[in-house]
Design a protein around this ligand. Structure first.
Ligand code: ATP
Ligand code: MG
Length: 448
């Protein structure tokens, strides 16, 4: 087994080795290299104590010194170097109360969650694989280091991490591990929302976002997102649909790129359906107005999970408008883009496509043709650079006030009306004629 280690990382290992310490790359980077994908970061584990690491390198940062982690800076790049450690007793299924440093690599590897994450490597020693990580990678299976029950009692997040790694790598969960999640998923309640969010995003932006199903099957979603369990049980007896709302959602996730906000949008887009579910006299199910409810649920879940405001805003808007069907005309598409926000219209088109591709096979063809027409009209609008928002209108509130209007809500109302007219006919976006129209509107108002 040979792993190509970046030069700067090799440099750090060499310095540690030449001073008589053991040092290896470890964890995620070894796993990724064996798997054949480029590691995002290269972590180093060493027998040297944190203080000794600090003495050997020019520039270091005390990243998590109490846990033994020092960041070594090589030029502008930082690399985490962590002393071999054993995690002490766990206080609350989250944090080890203490960590103890050790001189024994095996003990350091043993504290890690899964066999695939518990391998170390150096040029001199090759792959150190005490727990059979490489075999599990061959067999494509996620297995705990040691007993799942013990490992999940120490840190409940590991249950969600197991599903996340399965989705990223396309692996299955080892049977005992899976059974244990079913029994212990409830403990995820004690895990901080931020940690849950991180793993959830990695799961959703993975190669297999639809493996979110595994989180459902193992009882994880029932704890961290019960709204998802609700849509898994939501039938939709309707010519547009072939699956339950939940299955449609999982399918839709597969049809959109690995962007965080877009994947979250697909996850949430139909969560409001159970709220508005009705069945007509012919036995056909309807979900009128579900998008608005989905948007409310999406916002609530994302706030609970402490998502950043930018992501929340983007996702909520996309969910809220995902079921719009713009009319096939310049005017129709301009009005729709203006309503959603022109900055999100490209995303909206992606969301629509994913939503359509997850519907009943008999309706997909026509809807895709429709969507391609919308896309064509949208390209033309962009090429011409039509005005789509108040920002692009050739006059502003300030202009209206200079023209003698009293400041107040009426200014906004007139601007909205002018924008509406310009969306209908882009040629009207011309300063003088807009001013004239504004005066006319004011007179009309005044006369009433
Ligand atoms: P990613 O590629 O997403 O960063 P990773 O495996 O590097 O995945 P990290 O969270 O960066 O995951 O953790 C680095 C290593 O630390 C893991 O490979 C694993 O060995 C160990 N580790 C991380 N979190 C835990 C945990 N909750 N329990 C046990 N070991 C963990
Ligand atoms: Mg990592």
């Amino acid at each position: 087994m040979y792993i190509q280690i970046p030069e700067k990382v090799e440099q750090i290992l060499d310095v540690l080795h030449s001073h008589g310490y053991e040092a290896y790359i470890v964890g995620g980077c070894v796993r990724d290299a064996v798997y054949g994908r480029d590691p995002e970061d290269w972590d180093i584990t060493t027998s040297a104590a944190p203080q000794q690491v600090k003495e050997l390198f020019h520039r270091t940062i005390d990243t998590g010194i109490e846990h033994g982690t020092v960041t070594v800076m090589i030029e502008k790049e930082g690399f985490e170097v962590t002393t071999y450690r054993i995690d002490g007793e766990y206080e609350d299924m989250r944090h080890p109360k203490n960590v103890y440093f050790t001189k024994n690599l095996r003990e350091d590897l043993q504290r890690r969650d899964f066999t695939i994450n518990a391998m170390a490597y150096s040029r001199e020693s090759g792959l150190i694989d005490i727990f059979g990580g490489r075999k599990d990678m061959k067999d494509k299976v996620i297995r705990c280091v040691g007993s799942p029950r013990e490992r999940f009692s120490e840190d409940a997040l590991r249950m969600l991490r197991a599903v996340r790694f399965a989705a990223q790598l396309g692996y299955s969960l080892e049977e005992e591990l899976k059974e244990t999640i079913r029994e212990m998923a409830g403990n995820l309640r004690h895990i901080s929302k931020e940690r849950v969010q991180t793993e959830l995003v990695k799961l959703l932006t993975s190669q297999h976002p639809d493996w979110f199903r595994l989180a459902y099957e193992t009882g994880i979603t029932a704890v961290i997102m019960p709204e998802f369990d609700r849509i898994m049980a939501q039938r939709q007896n309707n010519p547009h649909h072939a699956y339950t709302t939940g299955e449609h959602t999982l399918e839709a996730l597969r049809h959109i790129g690995p962007d965080k906000a877009l994947r979250l949008t697909m996850l949430f887009h139909d969560m409001g359906k159970p709220e508005v579910f009705t069945t007509d006299e012919k036995g056909i199910d309807h979900f009128k107005g579900h998008a608005a409810y989905s948007a409310v649920i999406a916002e609530r879940i994302m706030r609970e999970l402490k998502f950043d405001l930018n992501t929340i805003r983007r996702v909520v808007r996309l969910v809220k408008y995902h079921s719009l069907y713009p009319q096939l005309s310049g005017k129709g598409v301009r009005m729709c883009a203006s309503q959603i926000g022109p900055d999100l219209f490209e995303d909206f088109l992606k969301v629509k496509r994913a939503d359509i591709l997850a519907q009943h096979p008999s309706v997909i063809g026509d809807k895709v043709i429709y969507l391609e027409q919308v896309e064509r009209i949208w390209r033309d609008i962009q090429m011409v650079g039509d005005c789509l928002s108040l920002k692009e209108l050739k006059i502003s509130g300030k202009d209206l006030i200079q023209d003698g209007m009293k400041p107040g809500p009426q200014v906004g109302e007139i601007l909205d009306e002018l924008l509406r007219q310009v969306l209908e006919n882009p040629l009207k976006n011309e300063r003088e004629s807009l001013l004239c129209e504004a005066r006319r509107l004011r007179e009309k108002e005044g006369a009433q």
